[in-house]
Ligand binder design. Structure first.
Ligand code: KG4
Ligand code: ZN
Length: 341
């Protein structure tokens, strides 16, 4: 007997990207992302502006996702949405929209943990891409999160370590801001770092117990360093930008790799998957490739489209939960803090 296709409409609105995707089983039919440009001029995400922009974007983004997938809403099997973690005002827009649409269409509603979705994005079927097998370690690195997770099964995960203060993306963005670069500065630090000497300047690595991270000290040491050097030479940043960026990036990548090595040692697991916007960073990609060669790890890096916040990753979790009959009812509410596990 032919198995019936499952069509999931997924909605993501946890931070500053409004996204909708349509999945057919594990395959993505569409994945539309409306990025909010408004935050650039403020040097960071402004929560109130984000929720207003989600309200404006959500209807056209959902329509586009259905159109691109060539799917009528009557064909949908279920609606999946990001319940948390994230900005409350932003989450509320996606949550309310998903609940109303599921109610209107009389189809199941499926809540998704955003952090689980970043990890399960590795299971979106793509030509030429390979998914990790269980158990594996996942490093989720973005502007909002930094976690090392032990993934035992699709929905059985344990957070082994996480940041105690800033997320790694914030470390990139805040350092970039000190250098006078526009928001989000992470990609620019990466761009200049490629042209610079990573050993030109030294920044201290934090001493944090276990598998947790801390990035706020790095930002402060970059600030003091720049202030000191500028006193001696007002053009210091302009004339040494590549070397400064390369040195900051090297420090951040070393902090991440030290913890990953410790997690591999602690668990004996050598399959490592990464996710989140900072996975685009050339330094971390190179370090992971080297770890494959030097330590025999097997590493997985998703397509860039699935690294940054997107609804396809919510859709794959929606599909997995649909198969398990794991549905939510209409009384469900968004959760700004939503721990995996
Ligand atoms: O996952 P994402 O799109 O949004 C969330 O924060 O959830 O991640 C955005 C973060 C920003 O901090 C941005 O600066 C950083 O990812 N980022 C990078 C690079 N590309 C994006 N950081 C360093 N190097 C990059 N190439
Ligand atoms: Zn995210």
């Amino acid at each position: 007997m032919k198995k019936e296709n499952i069509y999931i409409l997924a909605i993501e609105s946890s931070c500053d990207d409004t996204s909708a995707a349509v999945m057919c089983n594990t395959t993505r039919l569409s994945n539309v992302v409306a990025t909010q440009k408004i935050h650039e001029e403020y040097g960071g995400v402004v929560p109130e502006l984000a929720s207003r922009a989600h309200q404006q974007n959500i209807v056209p983004v959902v329509h586009q996702a259905l159109d691109k997938a060539n799917i009528d809403k009557k064909q949908l099997s279920a609606i999946a949405f990001t319940r948390g973690p994230g900005l409350m005002g932003s989450l509320l827009v996606g949550t309310s929209f998903a609940k109303s649409m599921a109610l209107g269409l009389q189809i199941p509603l499926i809540e998704v943990n955003h952090m689980q979705a970043h990890i399960l994005a590795h299971f979106i079927e793509e030509e030429g891409s390979e998914s990790p097998s269980f158990p594996f370690l996942a490093l989720t690195i973005s502007g909002g999160h930094t976690q090392v997770v032990l993934v035992k099964d699709y929905l059985d995960m344990e957070v082994l370590g996480e940041t105690l203060d800033d997320a790694v993306g914030e470390a990139f963005d805040k350092s970039a801001k000190i250098l006078g670069l526009p928001y989000p500065g992470g990609p620019l630090v990466d761009k200049y770092a490629r042209l610079g000497n990573p050993d030109a300047f030294q920044f201290p690595k934090p001493k944090v117990e276990g598998l947790n991270f801390s990035f706020s000290g790095l930002k402060t040491s970059v600030l003091y360093f720049i202030q000191r050097e500028r006193k001696k030479d007002p053009d210091f940043v302009e004339t040494h930008l590549n070397d400064i960026c390369a040195s900051i990036q090297k420090t951040i990548v070393n902090i991440l790799m030290d913890k990953l090595k410790a997690a591999v040692k602690q668990t004996g697991i050598t399959q490592v998957a990464i996710g989140g916007g900072v996975s685009a960073n050339s330094g971390i990609r190179k370090a992971l490739q080297e770890a494959e060669e030097d330590y025999g790890w097997k590493t997985y890096i998703p397509k860039f489209e699935y690294c940054t916040d997107n609804a396809a990753m919510i859709g794959i979790v929606g599909y997995l939960k649909y198969r398990m009959g794991d549905f939510s009812d209409q009384s469900i509410t968004a959760r700004a803090r939503y721990v995996i596990g």
